[in-house]
Structure formats: structure tokens, C-alpha cells
Design a protein around this ligand. Structure first.
Ligand code: C5P
Length: 237
């Protein structure tokens, strides 16, 4: 399906950053049919949450597994083959060429899409230098975005602030998925580079990942629907 055909409500990915499957299932029930796409990351996956992937997929929901894989190519390949069988739609890997290449090869012939993390958003130039890199964040993110595109990676996870620049580099074939979304007036928490849903979409994001503004809302369903309502006009603009 062309990216422009994705319905506004299906562009919201709710991040199930919760301590266990019971809490996650309660949240999914509260969100009901308002939300079609969920993200499972370290916290829930390592607390026994992975069986939820198949359960959600069987109910017609999409699941983004955010485990940011990085290992030797053969191990990545086998991991991706297993994940592809789980019914997941998106999987993140770190944007190292060997890792991206192995992941793309392993997802051939399946419905799984690979998203690369160019540079973690908690890193600045000094952190990269301390880790032994000679590039700063902007140059490394750009180089990895180009490598990802050449290797056939399906999309990138990026901060909404990077979306417009990355869109220019990778064109419209790759999906841009942005966390760091905060509706006007909601708490930033530990996110530093945040944008409202409408501005992130206008900057070129295809999907918005939102956790706490929905999970911690008094009415999570209303919070999710308010974000979805902001997406549609921003797509037209
Ligand atoms: O609660 P909040 O809306 O900040 O949740 C954002 C989600 O996106 C969290 O699961 C976080 O780990 C994830 N994420 C992020 N920044 C990245 C990659 C993933 O915030 N660069």
C-alpha cells in the first residue's frame, strides 16, 4: 500500500511501555478499536510480553517490535526469521550496515518491515566521540540513512526534528517513524526533542509513536483519539 494511503488513525502507534502482559492487555482493552498499532519494547518484551504479538496480530492489530537488534549477521538473520513468524509488522535494528543487510535478507518474502535506528536520540556529538566515532550526530545519521536506503531497509526511526532532513535524503519510499511526540500541554518527561503530532506529520513523519501521553492519561482512549484527530488535517496540509 502506498504510504499516502495509510489512514490517519493507523499512523498512531501506541507504545505499550508497561510492566507486564496483564497491564498491557488492560490498556489494549481500554483503547479498544480506536488504536490499530502497538509497540512492544524492552520492558514488556522481557517481562513475558512477546506472546502478545501473535494475539494482537490475530485480532487484526499491527505490532512494532522495538528490540533494536545488533549482533553478528548470522544471529541477526535467525532472530529476524523468528520475529517474522510472530506476525509483527515492524522490527527495529541498529543502523550498522552488516546488521541492516542481514535483517533485510531475513525478512524477504514475509510481511515484516525493518526499521533502522540511525543514531539513538539520547546521543550527542560528545557521546559519539566517547564511543570512538569520528562523526558527529548529524553526519552519522545522514550516512546511516543513506546506507539504509541502499541496503533496502524499509524505514527509519528518528526524532521528529530530523524527519524533514531525512525525508530529503531518503525520498518517499522509506517510512519515517517518530517517537518524541507530545500533544500541546502534555509533560515532556525525559524526551528532549519533542513535537506535537500535527507538526511531526507536517515535517514528514509517516507514523507517530506515543507512550506516556496516552498511557498516563485519565482517559487513554480520548487521548489517542485526540492525537489521531490532529493527524488528518496535517496530512492534507
Ligand atoms: O512515553 P513516550 O511517548 O516518550 O514513549 C516513546 C517510546 O518510543 C518509548 O518506548 C521509547 O523507548 C521509544 N523511543 C524513543 N526514542 C527513540 C527510540 C524509541 O523515545 N529514539
Amino acid at each position: 500500500m502506498p504510504l499516502s494511503d495509510i489512514a490517519p488513525r493507523d499512523r498512531l502507534i501506541v507504545s505499550l511501555d508497561l510492566p507486564g502482559i496483564e497491564q498491557a492487555e488492560a490498556m489494549i482493552a481500554r483503547l479498544g478499536d480506536s488504536v490499530s498499532f502497538y509497540k512492544i519494547g524492552y520492558q514488556l518484551a522481557y517481562a513475558g510480553g512477546l506472546p502478545l504479538v501473535r494475539k494482537l496480530a490475530d485480532k487484526g492489530k499491527k505490532v512494532f517490535i522495538d528490540l533494536k537488534l545488533h549482533d553478528i549477521g548470522n544471529t541477526v538473520k535467525r532472530g529476524v526469521e523468528s520475529i517474522a513468524k510472530s506476525g509483527a509488522t515492524f522490527l527495529t535494528v541498529h543502523g550498522y550496515p552488516q546488521t541492516m543487510k542481514a535483517a533485510v535478507e531475513a525478512r524477504q518474502g514475509t510481511n515484516l518491515k525493518i526499521l533502522a535506528v540511525t543514531v539513538l536520540t539520547s546521543y550527542d556529538d560528545a557521546d559519539l566521540h566517547a564511543a570512538g566515532y569520528r562523526f558527529g550526530v548529524a553526519d552519522l545519521a545522514e550516512a546511516r540513512a543513506q546506507q539504509a536506503q541502499v541496503l533496502g531497509v524499509d524505514g527509519l526511526v528518528c526524532s521528529p526534528e530530523e524527519a524533514a532532513a531525512l525525508r530529503k535524503i531518503v525520498g518517499h519510499q522509506m517510512r519515517l517513524v517518530t517517537p518524541g511526540i507530545r500533544p500541546a500541554g502534555s509533560a515532556a518527561g525525559d524526551q528532549k526533542r519533542i513535537m506535537t503530532p500535527s507538526r511531526a506529520i507536517a515535517a514528514g513523519a509517516d507514523y507517530l509513536v506515543v507512550g506516556r501521553p496516552i498511557l498516563e492519561a485519565a482517559d487513554p482512549r480520548a487521548a489517542a483519539e485526540a492525537i489521531q484527530a490532529e493527524i488528518a488535517p496535517a496530512l492534507v496540509a
